[in-house]
Design a binder for this molecule. Structure first.
Ligand SMILES: Nc1ncnc2c1ncn2[C@@H]1O[C@H](COP(=O)(O)OP(=O)(O)O)[C@@H](O)[C@H]1O
Ligand SMILES: O=C(CO)[C@@H](O)[C@H](O)COP(=O)(O)O
Length: 498
């Protein structure tokens, strides 16, 4: 027997899957780490925590594995996107990583628009300046922590740091590089034009490789700490959403992906680099060679639910909370929630907006609140689905992945709010499975990711939209959308108090 390992460096936890050559998940391990949010809009993690927990997870996986470690042929990665990791000349981490959901960089985004111009940014990177992307974070460090910027030898993205920790080799790959806002998407190179206009030395950008590229073996030290064989081959990997797309079989334009992890994502495959999304949604390289995807992002999707639970129902079981919410009426008895806890990206690129509960009454119970949170998160994903539909994308069949896809109640809610058929696969761990598939493709078990998908992926259950509930949610949706318009100025005024 032969196996590969897919490692998904999420925001809440690192998830490791041991997958057989037949695509069966044999061992699944998850190790969590904290998120530091010291001020509203700030979000950081310690790269040492990622590496430490991955090593713990790998040794746990090896312990649970019944076979010989020589049978584990390859490892690859999926990782939360955009996070800025800075290393000095000795490859030591210079400061905590500034994450994708950190929105402190509004002024750097405006500066970028002035220095480069919105049109040139779109022409080169196919994306607008958004707080979550890596370049504004780099400019923030340059401005606020010049002594750290001076010492920077190379920047990295989260899963690239993990790969460096396991192999000692420094790279990034195209699917994550697009999310830095420094990649020339058409030329597939770091943009010398942007870098020179911003006065940033190109040497701080890591070398670029393809997602399935072989980049080395695990080091002897890592092999000893985890029990893995030092012969285990390591492949580059991809951005978590690109890997999620692979792990959900989004390798053609027919199906759409919805991922509910810490963030929420709506994603569809694009063959053509000429596709224009005009900055309304993101446009990046897929982890499949030569392909692309467009993507809308809700910053606090699963995070809104976790926040609610941690703040108001810490001791309660998440599944029980969702089950009780599922028994309440659609519309949560007139309670609306907008999930803007850390600002928003799609369709409102607004770092200052914050979440609301609208319509609270003394008759509302905890279950109504949880229902409103689930509905609000799902409405916010519908905003991206509507953008896709306006662009001409048919959204009829959706593969749903991420922590949110563990819940039947939430899957049915997605079908009713999106008015689309929702499919859950045998594993909801799309990004980890996508990473395992990149390793399987990399070691040469398959001649394409499509053939790998045929062997590895299968659908488990389908959720059809219920026409009565579809109509009810269609009536509520304009009310949900109005909350943004009505609370925008209020939230802007409240920034002084944060
Ligand atoms: N049993 C469950 N049912 C529905 N949602 C869940 C369940 N368990 C966790 N979640 C949601 O899944 C989210 C984590 O999803 P995950 O894909 O692991 O995130 P990440 O990749 O960002 O670490 C949590 O924030 C939580 O809201
Ligand atoms: O910023 C984005 C995409 O642009 C996020 O989707 C991150 O990639 C984090 O993902 P999760 O931890 O929610 O999987």
């Amino acid at each position: 027997m032969s196996y590969v390992i897919g490692i998904d460096l999420g925001t809440s936890a690192v998830k490791l899957l041991l997958v057989s050559k037949e695509g069966e998940v044999k061992v699944e391990v998850s190790q969590s780490y904290p998120l530091q949010q010291v001020r509203s809009g700030y979000s950081e993690q310690n790269p040492a925590d990622w590496l430490e927990q991955t090593i713990v997870g790998l040794s746990e996986l090896v312990t649970q594995f019944k076979g010989s470690v020589d049978e584990i042929k390859g490892i690859s990665f999926s990782g939360q996107m955009h996070g800025l990791v800075l290393l000095n000349k000795s490859n030591e981490v210079l400061r905590p990583a500034i994450l994708w959901n950190d929105t402190r960089t509004t002024s750097q985004c405006r500066q970028l628009e002035q220095t480069i111009g919105k049109e040139d940014l779109l022409r080169i990177t196919k994306n607008p300046a958004l707080e979550g992307f890596t370049l504004p974070k780099l400019l923030w460090v340059k401005e606020h922590e010049p002594e750290i910027f001076e010492q920077t030898n190379v920047f990295m993205l989260p899963k690239d740091y993990l790969r460096y920790g396991l192999t000692g080799a420094i790279h990034t790959e195209y699917s994550d590089a697009g999310g830095t806002l420094l990649l020339d998407i058409e030329k597939q190179t770091w943009s010398s034009e942007l870098l020179s206009r911003l006065g940033i030395d190109e040497t701080i950008c890591p070398p670029l490789v393809s997602s399935h590229a072989f980049v080395g073996h695990v080091t002897a030290q890592v092999a000893e700490a985890t029990g893995l064989s030092p012969q285990t081959k390591v492949f580059a990997g991809g951005a978590d959403n690109a890997c999620g797309a692979i792990g959900a079989g989004i390798l053609s334009e027919e199906t759409t992906l919805v991922s509910i992890g810490t963030s929420g994502v709506v994603l569809s495959y694009e063959k053509d680099k000429e596709t224009r999304v005009d900055g309304k949604v993101h446009f990046f390289h897929h982890a499949e060679p030569g392909a692309f995807y467009k993507m809308g992002v809700t910053l606090s999707a699963g995070y809104s639910l976790s926040w609610f639970k941690d703040t108001f129902a810490k001791e309660q079981d998440i599944e029980q909370l969702i089950r009780e919410a599922g028994e309440r009426e659609p519309g949560a008895n007139g309670l609306l929630f907008t999930p803007y806890l850390t600002g928003e990206r799609s369709p409102h690129a607004d770092a200052a907006i914050r979440a609301s509960f609208i319509g609270m009454s003394s008759t509302h119970t905890q279950a109504d609140f949880v229902r409103a949170v689930l509905e609000g998160i799902t409405f916010s994903l519908k905003d991206s689905i509507e953008l896709f539909r306006e662009m001409g994308t048919k959204v009829e069949k959706i593969i749903s992945i991420g922590g949110g896809a563990k819940s039947e109640v939430w899957l049915q809610l997605q079908a009713n709010i999106f008015n689309a058929r929702i499919v859950k696969q045998t594993s909801e761990q799309g990004p980890g499975m996508g990473a395992a598939m990149l390793a399987a493709f990399g070691v040469g078990w398959f001649d394409s990711l499509e053939t790998c998908a045929e062997a590895f992926l299968s659908e488990q259950s389908t959720y059809e939209p219920d026409p009565i509930q579809v109509e009810r949610y269609a009536e509520m949706y304009p009310l949900y959308k109005d909350v943004y318009t009505q609370t925008k100025q209020l939230n802007q005024a409240l920034t002084t108090y944060r």
